[in-house]
Ligand binder design. Structure first.
Ligand SMILES: Cc1cc2nc3c(=O)[nH]c(=O)nc-3n(C[C@H](O)[C@H](O)[C@H](O)COP(=O)(O)O)c2cc1C
Length: 183
């Protein structure tokens, strides 16, 4: 894959909100990976994600202040399911899921190489809502696979085959098809 590096327009990489895998760093240096679907773009540079507070993802974000958002496509659906399981911090979810990493530019947390888009983020603020916390992530830099760049710099979610969970907690997914413009 050949990725283009971006420093602006970063929330365009998750415009239609496909599921994401968030990578974070455990204290040991092992990379943690968790799957998330409950998120939204809040501003051109901020994404709000509802993250269960007992999760490793949440705890790592609180300790390090850093996270990377990685967009999931069809061939990575099984990997996303594996990253959605509770796996002890001593084990690498990425290894179990058959995923590899590459360095980020501005944060210590690595990107998932196989993902078509990645956003490097820093914790900005949060609001506790019951079991979850709505974590507001400040987007610092991003990467997008050049083949899936749309005309306006978005991730072309249709062409990329980005996936949506349509029956959580069932492992039922769909891709978007037949986009049309309203004249
Ligand atoms: C498709 C999918 C979507 C999910 N969305 C969320 C979500 O939005 N928020 C959340 O707290 N957990 C969500 N989960 C559950 C987490 O992935 C799960 O709690 C996981 O164990 C977290 O990993 P961690 O402990 O390594 O952070 C989702 C799981 C799947 C498979």
């Amino acid at each position: 894959m050949a990725k283009k590096y971006l420093t602006a327009g970063l929330t365009k990489l998750v415009t239609a909100r496909p599921i994401i895998i968030i990578t974070t760093l455990h204290q040991t240096g092992i990379v943690n990976a968790g799957t998330f679907g409950a998120y939204t773009n809040l501003s051109p540079t901020e994404i709000g994600i509802a993250i269960g507070r007992p999760s490793h993802t949440y705890q790592n974000i609180k300790r390090t202040g850093e996270l990377v958002i990685n967009v999931v496509t069809r061939s990575l659906a099984k990997a996303a399911e594996i990253c959605g399981e509770e796996i002890p911090p001593s084990e690498s979810e990425l290894e179990k899921a058959g995923l590899s990493v590459e360095p980020a530019s501005l944060v210590k947390v690595p990107l998932i190489r196989e993902c078509v888009a990645n956003i490097e983020c820093r914790w900005e603020k949060e609001m506790v809502i019951g079991y979850h916390s709505l974590v507001v992530a400040r987007c610092l830099a991003g990467w997008i696979e050049k083949d899936f760049l749309s005309e306006n710099g978005n991730l072309d979610v249709v062409k990329a085959g980005a996936i949506f969970n349509i029956g959580y907690p069932r492992p039922l997914y769909a891709v978007l098809a037949n986009p049309f413009l309203v004249e």
